[in-house]
Ligand binder design. Structure first.
Ligand code: C2O
Length: 349
């Protein structure tokens, strides 16, 4: 059977990587719960939001100002408002740190990482974050930037997310050693930064890894790319992760820090407090879209995937139940990626 939305009243404080207890259960009211409705995708006819590369947006002061206003508004909402920035980050914490019991399986916790629900869940999650931001500033075309760390020119932390320090995109809880460093997809905790004479090699390796996970074998076996089946009653098991999820973990670990005290991006509990999370996940989402286009058809026909469902607060402050099958195409969800040919596609290095 497909994974069901969590029973919202069966949410528990989690124990963090630091062995601290933290309560990220969202402030749902019983009224919200009694009024859960089915999500209705905006459909291809609605206006399209276009997500553009972070680098490009940084040259667009009007956009930056809007983005900044929206984030400020989100931060300044009352603490228990479901749209508040910390509450939004808590949604990620709750779904990703095993806070919820699974409907029908009280002894099993709900986990949206580690398997085939990873990409669709995060697609919905950032979709609502984007629309809520747009709503806060009254702009229905507002779209997230994506940090295309798959492009060799962007294999560093995007400048706008570092400077200036008072920027709304800045987060002090990042790994300061990586401020100017080249991202190596083989990064593991504590590795030194590549030296200049290793750059070409690191870039070539990164590009190869991308070509590998988009290769024919991966295109015909979506569980390699997307992750393995996770059905109702399954708990989170790391080894079901697909190749894109594993690569995505490296970027989290590199941006935050995965050693106590764990920094924002280095920890499911806090990752979504850092705005770079959404730039990162927009890119993950875009890479899924590229995969789909190359593959030419939907990844799984299994109803346990298509009917897996989750709950989110929408941009009208209503709780909606979204099914994976409703989020299979960005266009159905009213957004698209400004297309750039992936630079790693060209063999020859
Ligand atoms: Cu739910 Cu990038 O993690």
């Amino acid at each position: 059977d497909p994974v069901q939305p969590p029973p919202l009243n069966k949410c528990h404080p989690i124990t963090d990587l630091d062995c601290l207890t933290y309560d990220c259960c969202p402030p749902y009211s019983s009224k919200d719960i009694s009024e859960i409705r089915d999500f209705v995708p905006p459909g291809p006819g609605a206006g399209l939001r276009q997500r553009r590369p972070a680098r490009e947006l940084m040259q667009d002061p009007a956009y930056l100002e809007k983005f900044g206003n929206a984030i400020d508004k989100m931060k300044n909402l009352p603490k228990d408002d479901p749209w508040n920035l910390i509450q939004q980050a808590n949604i990620h914490c709750a779904y990703c740190d095993d806070a919820y019991e699974q409907t029908g399986y009280p002894d099993v916790r709900l986990q949206v990482h580690f398997g085939w629900n990873f990409l669709p869940w995060h697609r919905f999650y950032i979709y609502f974050w984007e629309r809520i931001l747009g709503k806060l500033i009254g702009d229905e075309t507002f779209a997230l930037p994506y940090w295309n760390w798959d492009d060799e020119a962007e294999m560093t932390m995007p400048r706008a997310f570092w400077d200036p320090k008072d920027s709304f995109l800045y987060d002090a809880l990042r790994n300061q050693r990586h401020r100017e460093a080249l991202l190596d997809y083989r990064y593991t905790l504590g590795d030194d930064n590549p030296t200049k004479d290793q750059y070409a090699d690191v870039v070539a390796h990164n590009r190869n890894q991308l070509r590998h996970i988009f290769s024919e074998d991966y295109l015909v076996q979506p569980d390699l790319f997307m992750g393995m089946p996770v059905r109702a009653g399954d708990g989170g098991v790391f080894k079901r992760s697909g190749a894109l999820e594993l690569l995505h973990n490296v970027i989290h670990n590199w941006t935050g820090e995965v050693i106590s005290p764990y920094l924002d991006m280095g920890n499911f509990r806090t990752a979504a407090r850092d705005p770079i999370f959404f730039g990162h996940h927009a890119n993950i989402d875009r890479l899924w879209d590229i995969y789909r286009n190359k593959r030419g058809k939907v990844e799984f026909r299994d109803r346990d995937w298509l009917d897996a469902s989750f709950l989110f607060y929408d941009e009208n402050r209503r709780l909606v139940k979204c099914k994976v099958r409703q989020g299979l195409l960005p266009k159905q969800l009213g957004y698209e990626y400004k297309y750039e040919d992936p630079t790693w596609e060209n063999v020859g290095d």
